[in-house]
Design a protein around this ligand. Structure first.
Ligand code: FAD
Ligand code: NAD
Length: 482
C-alpha cells in the first residue's frame, strides 16, 4: 500500500526543504524525499548548500580569513602575540584538521536542524532516490530507491539540484583531483594548488587555501575574467586577487592531466596557444554545475528538459506536466540557494491558490572572497548592449570612515540608474561586507526606488552603508566626501 500525500517534494536542498516546510505551513500533507548521505554514510538533509556548498565553504573562508588577519593585519593595529624570541605572526600556524572539524560540526548542526524543522512543521521525511512512475487519474506515483517503496500525491515539486560538471581531461579521483567536495576537506594545506575554472568556486576555495599558505594557480578558459560581473568590478577584482598572489591565467585550454604518486601534472595551452605544464600537489576542478535529472524517469513520463538538461519551467516554475513543479538549480536561472528557496516558497503558495512570485531580476549575487563582490540587477555592459540610456554614480570605500577603521578600504560601490526615470537598474559592490550591503540595494530595487530615494535616506555614521549613500549622491554628481 502506498502512502498518499498532498505534495511530494523530491530533494531536500534549499529549494526542496524550504518548499516542503512552506507547503506544510499552508496545511498540505507533505513528504520530502532526499538521497544525500554524509561522508559517514548517514542521511543528511540540506542538499549541496548545507553539506558541500554555501555553509562549509563560508566556514572555511571565515577561518582562513582570521588566519590572514593574524598573519598580515593585526600588527598594524599594534596587536602582537610574541613568541619567546619576540617574533610576531611568523610563528602563527593553523591546525587544518581542527579547522575542518569545526566546519563539519557547523554542517552537521545545520543538517540536523532541518530534520528538527521538518518535525516541528510535520513534514514527513523519507530517505532514498525518487523516481516519477506515472499518473493515475490526477494522482502522481513516485517510487523510492528502485521502487521498493511508493508514495502518491496530487502535486510534485522537483528540487533535485545540481552536481559538479566533469571535465573529461581531468577526471576526479577524490584525493589528488577533486571537486568542491574534496576541496572542502583537505587534511593539510597543499603546497601547490591548481584550480581549473576561475569562477565563484575556484576563487572562493582558491582564496581559502591561498590564505593558509598554498601557492594557488587558476586556469580559466574564458579570456574575460568574471564575465557576469560589471566590467569595472571584474577589473578591480582581477587586480586585487593578483596582488594577493592568486595566479590567474585567462584563455587557458586544458589538454590533459597526468597523475603520479608525487604530483598532478596539468598540460595546458595559454592564450597564445603555447604549450604549458603546471605541476601541483592537488587539483580542484570547478567548471560549473550540471542539473540532476538522471534517475527521475523524465523521459518515460515526458517531462520536458531544455537544451542544457535543465527541466523546462514557466515563470511560476510549472513544468510541462500537470501539477508538477521544479525549482532551484535544476531549472533556469542562477544556481543560488536563495533563488532556489524563493522559488520553493512561490510554488507552495501557488499550490494553495495564493499569489506567488519570484523575480529573477532581483536575485543578489555574492562572491565571498576578500574583498567580497556582490551585485543585483543589470551591469553597464548589459545596458549598453540593450541600448538603455543610464547614468552611473560611484564611491570608493577609501573615503569612508568605517572602512578606514576596519583597515579594509579596497573597492567601491556603483549605482546605475535609468537616465530618464532615475529608477535604479543595477548596484555593483566590491569591498568589505558587500554580501550584507547588497541587501539594501535589493530592497530599494524591489520597491522601484530611484537613486534620489537612496540619496535622501539617512544613513548611520560611521558605517559602510554610507558608501551606498554617497554612490547614490554620485549619480546626481553631488557627493559630499569626494
Ligand atoms: P541541492 O542543494 O543540490 O539539493 C538537491 C538535493 O536533491 C540533494 O540532496 C540531492 O542529493 C537530492 N536529489 C537529487 N536527485 C534526487 C532524487 N532523484 N531523489 C531524491 N533526492 C534527490 N549558493 C549561494 O546562494 N550562496 C553560496 O554561498 C553558495 N556557495 C556554494 C559553494 C559551493 C562549493 C557550491 C558547490 C555551491 C554553492 N552555492 C551557493 C550554490 C547552492 O549550493 C545551490 O544553488 C543550492 O544548493 C541549490 O539548491 P537546490 O535545492 O536546487 O539543490
Ligand atoms: P562558475 O560558472 O562560477 O565558474 C566556472 C568557471 O569555469 C567559468 O569561469 C568557466 O569559464 C570556467 N570553465 C569552464 N570550462 C572550463 C575549462 N574546460 N577549462 C577552464 N575553465 C573552464 O561555476 P563554479 O565556480 O563551478 O560554481 C558553480 C555554481 O555554484 C555557480 O554558478 C554558482 O551559482 C554556485 N556557487 C555560488 C557561490 C556563491 O553564491 N557565493 C559560491 C560557489 C558556487
Amino acid at each position: 500500500m502506498s502512502k498518499s500525500f498532498d505534495v511530494v517534494v523530491i530533494g531536500a536542498g534549499p529549494g526542496g526543504y524550504v518548499a516542503a516546510i512552506r507547503c506544510a505551513q499552508l496545511g498540505l500533507n507533505t513528504v520530502c524525499i532526499d538521497d544525500w548521505k554524509s561522508a559517514q554514510g548517514k542521511p543528511s538533509l540540506g542538499g549541496t548548500c548545507l553539506n558541500v556548498g554555501c555553509i562549509p565553504s563560508k566556514a572555511l573562508l571565515e577561518s582562513s580569513e582570521k588566519f590572514e588577519h593574524l598573519t598580515h593585519d593585526f600588527a598594524a593595529h599594534g596587536i602582537c602575540a610574541e613568541n619567546a624570541h619576540g617574533i610576531c605572526a611568523e610563528n602563527a600556524r593553523v591546525d587544518v584538521p581542527k579547522m575542518i572539524a569545526r566546519k563539519n560540526k557547523i554542517v552537521s548542526d545545520f543538517t540536523l536542524g532541518i530534520s528538527q524543522l521538518f518535525k516541528k512543521n510535520k513534514v514527513s521525511s523519507l530517505h532514498g532516490r525518487a523516481q516519477l512512475l506515472g499518473r493515475d487519474g490526477d494522482v502522481w506515483r513516485v517510487g523510492i530507491t528502485d521502487g521498493e517503496e511508493e508514495v502518491t500525491a496530487k502535486h510534485i515539486i522537483i528540487a533535485t539540484g545540481s552536481t559538479s560538471r566533469i571535465l573529461q581531461q581531468a577526471p576526479l579521483d577524490g584525493v589528488q583531483v577533486v571537486d568542491n567536495v574534496g576541496a572542502l576537506s583537505f587534511s593539510e594545506t597543499p603546497k601547490r594548488l591548481a584550480i581549473i575554472g576561475a569562477g565563484v568556486i575556484g576563487l572562493e576555495l582558491g582564496s581559502v587555501w591561498r590564505r593558509l599558505g598554498a601557492e594557488v594557480t587558476l586556469l580559466e578558459a574564458s579570456s574575460v575574467f568574471l564575465p557576469a560581473a560589471d566590467e569595472q568590478v571584474a577589473k578591480e577584482a582581477l587586480r586585487t586577487f593578483t596582488k594577493q598572489k592568486l595566479t590567474i591565467h585567462l584563455g587557458a585550454q586544458i589538454d590533459g592531466v597526468i597523475q603520479s604518486a608525487e604530483a598532478v601534472n596539468i598540460n595546458w595551452r595559454d592564450i597564445q596557444g603555447a604549450v604549458q605544464e603546471l605541476v601541483a600537489d592537488k587539483l580542484i576542478v570547478a567548471v560549473g554545475r550540471v542539473p540532476n535529472t538522471q534517475g527521475l524517469s523524465a523521459e518515460a513520463v515526458e517531462l520536458k528538459l531544455g537544451p542544457a538538461g535543465r527541466i523546462e519551467v514557466d515563470e511560476h516554475c510549472r513544468t510541462s506536466l500537470p501539477n508538477v513543479y521544479a525549482v532551484g538549480d535544476v531549472v533556469r536561472g542562477p544556481m543560488l540557494a536563495h533563488k532556489a528557496s524563493e522559488e520553493g516558497v512561490m510554488v507552495a503558495e501557488l499550490i494553495v491558490g495564493q499569489m506567488g512570485c519570484c523575480d529573477l531580476n532581483l536575485v543578489p549575487n555574492v562572491m565571498y572572497t576578500a574583498p567580497e563582490i556582490a551585485w543585483v540587477g543589470k551591469t553597464e555592459q548589459q545596458l549598453k548592449a540593450a541600448g538603455v540610456a543610464y547614468k552611473a554614480g560611484q564611491f570608493p570605500f577609501l573615503a569612508n570612515g568605517r572602512a578606514r577603521a576596519l583597515g579594509d578600504t579596497t573597492g567601491f560601490i556603483k549605482i546605475i540608474a535609468d537616465a530618464n526615470t532615475d529608477r535604479i537598474l543595477g548596484v555593483h559592490i566590491i569591498g568589505p561586507m558587500a554580501s550584507e550591503l547588497i541587501q539594501q540595494a535589493v530592497l530599494a530595487m524591489a520597491f522601484s526606488a530611484s537613486s534620489e530615494d537612496l540619496a535622501r535616506t539617512i544613513h548611520a555614521h560611521p558605517s559602510l552603508s554610507e558608501v551606498m549613500h554617497e554612490a547614490a549622491l554620485a549619480v546626481a554628481k553631488r557627493t559630499i566626501h569626494i
